[in-house]
Design a protein around this ligand. Structure first.
Ligand SMILES: [Zn+2]
Length: 88
């Protein structure tokens, strides 16, 4: 994976600490999977891990996970209507 910052280096897998403010507390999670550029040193968290982590944090803090699944459900009623039906 190429670095999106300097576009020269390559991301190497590493482990860094992640800081997340929850309510008034600061949660520190050590050894979070991340990537670090071997040229400029910029770090990027593992995307899938972050998604799972935020899902967990939402559950722990009692927030409903913001998953709008409505759009994923197939429509049971046909949406196609004929407006010219009553002009007969
Ligand atoms: Zn870089």
């Amino acid at each position: 994976m190429d670095c999106h910052h300097c576009r020269i280096g390559k991301f190497q897998p590493t482990k860094i600490a992640y800081y997340s403010p929850i309510n008034e507390h600061l949660m520190v999670i050590p050894n979070v999977p991340a990537y670090q550029c071997d040229v400029c040193g910029i770090t990027d968290y593992d995307e899938i891990f972050m998604l799972r982590l935020h899902y967990l944090i939402d559950k722990l803090t009692g927030k409903e996970p913001d998953l709008s699944m409505d759009e994923w459900q197939p429509r049971t009623e046909p949406t196609h209507q004929w407006p010219s039906e009553r002009s007969r």
